[in-house]
Design a protein around this ligand. Structure first.
Ligand SMILES: Nc1ncnc2c1ncn2[C@@H]1O[C@H](COP(=O)(O)OP(=O)(O)OP(=O)(O)O)[C@@H](O)[C@H]1O
Length: 745
């Protein structure tokens, strides 16, 4: 019994001390909040509107204090029930031995500055995740510290009560992890700070200013790790980056809802969470009615002849297409450059076309085209101001000299008067006219350059045979015709977004509010190279964390099929793999591995973390029977599992199944991209939407649309199988519908 651990009593006392101290700080924070509020109120009332700077400063200072006190209070309240989860007995070389308690946020003693709780993201906490007992090293902002780790201890604390303590060596396969994996009750993703594994920790803490690509098996924690890396990033780099400059790109809105709870749990808010589609539409301010990208997948798996469409999709995702669009940009650039002419104020040339061209094509070439033009306009306006001064000085001199000559040169009064008046009239007309012209020179000159409409430009490429032949000369005539034909009717698909974004980036630039500095992409295997390249160009950064699994690349006809091209695109990126699955039991993974082994990618089999469960059950049934599903559902619930999904291949079959369930008055929810998950109901999920999600138990049903032995179907089936944490049922007319003909189940 762990309660007899020799240190149990001492640890109970330590927990009580921590809780007391936290309460003390919380009370102080509460008082601080009240007094700041009171001060703000008073300062507002006393505000002297004539000489208000002091009053405003007062309000600002108190508002800042209020914010700090509130953050601290919220941070402490969040961990009151579980102040820490582990302790290390550690000695930094040259320092005394320390016992450091690790939790989700840090707490220091106000007077002694002793750490009472150390944040899991702090450098020294790395020792807990990374180090075996004995001599070890850890990194603090690039500086290596040496030390000795004597012991690691984990705590089970619930509602502020210490239940258990365990001394461990490695975090792998420890009991805490086993419990965490066995006991997850929520369908939504949770934080895992107490059980992060060594290889996961390495990814979370991998060089933050460098890109990273992670190929991770289904259930290996890719999504979870990406989210923990965001938390770690903000903790470590918070001084240099605002959360608003970070963006996580998720596959769909359902997924954003699915991960919605984790970031606040990890102390992260305000980061931009969106999908690639929404991001591009927001950035370009385009209103496009996009065809549902899954419709294409669905018609592909329904076996419709799709060769032309697939060819076009694949090509639109390629770097070749990026080059076509880049040639288009260069063509536009050249056309603009050819429009530069010498600039005049009156008859005076103030700037040569060649100079303007040079600015446009070379000196400002690092900017998007329209920004270059805006800059040139500024340069021209300031140049016109200066040149005008010089022209006016010259003219004044010229007229003064001419007037002098006229005054001295004529004996005849009348003649002299006429000449002098002529010069004065001419001067009085020319000089204001020049002043006026100089003011508008830049504006008038720049009118020749019209603003671009991204959508119209891109439509021209899709529909103009001559333009296409010029920009994509490598294409066969037939391919060009197919391409034009496919776009005769205006219809927008996901594959066009990379091109539109790229055009926006190169012609207009990405607006500041969308210019993210750090990007996290989940399910990156569903991106095309062009999508990634476009983002990199538009954001002018390569600080990307990209996690994905080629085995789940259900859109591989238009997206990634290998990591090497991504590595070429991000040459600074490190590449990691995660092979262990934390989600599924050994028995479920064995079945999923059978499907994985049939794939062309030759990916290594997934190693489940040692956790056993029921052997997956195959049920032979000639057709879909709602009552039979209800029986299975109830049996799973009786086993104590909560979230249960009925997964099938297509949306069409999911709809039919849900209708059949409805007819029998069985409560269920058909998951769609825009809906939140209600885990109390039986969830009916088309396989492509199940990607990224997980459930206690999964029933895979295949009647109208069996899984065939094709590239896409193998992946869809693999996705469906790997969603299950504890129980898996397969129901259909034959085992063959699940590509498991010879399996014993
Ligand atoms: N170190 C860990 N400790 C506890 N739970 C973990 C750990 N790593 C992963 N998990 C759990 O494993 C499950 C799978 O994690 P996650 O969804 O992040 O994996 P994934 O690689 O993104 O999966 P997929 O590619 O199949 O969508 C989650 O329930 C997560 O909480």
């Amino acid at each position: 019994m762990t309660a007899q651990h020799p240190d149990f009593k001492a640890e109970v006392e330590r927990l009580a001390y921590t809780k007391n101290y936290m309460q003390q700080i919380l009370n102080e924070s509460q008082r601080g909040l009240q007094s700041a509020q009171e001060n703000i109120r008073k300062s507002m009332a006393d505000l002297d509107y004539l000489d208000s700077s002091l009053g405003y400063n007062n309000i600002l200072a108190n508002a800042r204090f209020f914010e700090m006190a509130r953050n601290q209070k919220e941070g402490l309240e969040a961990i009151q029930k579980k102040p820490y989860f582990a302790r290390i007995h550690f000695q930094k070389t040259g320092d005394p031995e320390e016992f450091l308690y690790i939790g989700k946020t840090s707490l220091f003693h106000r007077e002694t500055h002793e750490p009472i709780i150390v944040d899991w993201r702090s450098p020294v906490a790395n020792v807990y995740y990374d180090g075996r007992l004995g001599d070890m090293e850890y990194d603090v902002r690039g500086e290596i510290h040496k030390g000795h780790l004597f012991a690691k201890r984990q705590y089970k604390i619930q509602d502020g009560e210490l239940l258990d303590i365990r001394d461990i060596d490695l975090t792998t396969n420890d009991e805490l992890l086993q419990e965490a994996l066995a006991g997850k009750a929520d369908v939504r993703l949770t934080e895992i700070v107490s059980t992060i594994q060594k290889e996961q920790n390495e990814i979370i803490r991998a060089h933050l200013r460098q890109p990273i690509i992670v190929q991770g098996a289904a259930g290996s924690g890719k999504t979870t790790i990406a989210l923990h890396r965001i938390s770690y990033f903000l903790y470590t780099m918070g001084e240099h980056f605002n959360p608003e400059q970070l963006m996580i790109l998720a596959p769909n809105k359902l997924f954003i809802d699915y991960i919605g709870d984790v970031l606040p749990e990890l102390g992260v808010d305000k980061i931009c969470q969106t999908t690639f589609t929404d991001y591009v539409l927001a950035t370009t301010k385009l209103k496009l009615k996009l065809q549902n990208p899954n419709e294409q997948l669905e018609s592909l798996v329904a076996g419709e002849p799709q060769q032309v469409a697939s060819w076009i999709s694949e090509m639109k995702g390629s770097l070749y297409y990026r080059d076509v669009i880049e040639r288009y940009v260069q063509k536009i650039e050249q056309e603009i450059a050819n429009q530069f002419e010498d600039v005049f104020i009156e008859k005076y040339c103030i700037m040569r076309a060649s100079h303007l061209k040079k600015l446009f094509l070379y000196e400002f070439s690092y900017m998007p085209i329209e920004k270059r033009l805006a800059h040139i306009k500024k340069v021209l306006a300031s140049h016109a101001r200066q040149k005008k001064q010089a022209i006016l000085i010259t003219l004044h001199k010229k007229y003064d000299a001419a007037l002098g000559r006229a005054l001295d040169g004529f004996r005849d009064d009348e003649k002299r008067r006429r000449v002098v008046t002529k010069f004065i009239d001419e001067r009085d007309e020319r000089i204001p006219a020049i002043e006026k012209e100089a003011k508008s020179t830049a504006t008038v000159y720049m009118r020749r350059f019209s603003k671009h409409n991204i959508k119209t430009l891109y439509r021209s490429l899709l529909t103009n045979a001559e333009l296409l032949a010029e920009l994509a000369p490598e294409w066969h005539y037939l391919e060009q015709q197919q391409f034009l034909q496919a776009h005769a009717k205006e219809q927008w698909v996901l594959e066009d977004l990379a091109a539109l974004y790229y055009l926006q980036a190169r012609l207009k630039g990405i607006p500041d509010e969308w210019k993210m500095r750090v990007v996290f992409i989940d399910e990156v295997q569903d991106y095309s190279l062009f999508q990634l390249a476009a983002l990199k160009t538009g954001l002018e950064t390569d600080m990307f964390t990209m996690v994905g699994d080629l085995a789940q690349g259900i859109h591989s006809y238009r997206s990634l099929t290998a990591w090497e091209p991504v590595q070429d695109l991000f040459p600074r990126a490190s590449f990691r793999t995660l092979q262990k699955s934390y989600r599924t039991t050994i028995e479920i993974m064995e079945v999923a591995n059978k499907v994985l082994a049939q794939m062309d990618e030759q990916l290594p089999l997934v190693e489940p973390v040692v956790r056993h469960g029921n052997v997956p059950t195959y049920i032979e049934a000639p057709s879909f029977d709602a009552l039979q599903i209800q029986e299975i559902f109830e049996a799973i619930r009786a086993n104590g599992h909560h979230s249960i999904a009925l997964i099938c291949k297509t949306t069409a079959e999911a709809k039919t199944m849900q209708q059949a369930l409805k007819d029998k008055k069985i409560a269920s929810q058909l998951l769609t991209e825009n809906e939140s998950i209600n885990q109390d109901l039986l969830l009916v999920v088309p396989s492509h939407l199940a990607k990224g999600l997980e459930f206690d138990a999964v029933i895979v049903a295949a009647f109208d649309t069996p899984f065939y032995d094709t590239k896409v179907d193998r992946k869809l089936l693999y996705v469906a199988l790997t969603r299950a944490m504890h129980e898996l049922y397969l129901i259909g007319p034959t085992k063959n519908t699940f590509l498991l003909e010879n399996e014993q189940m």
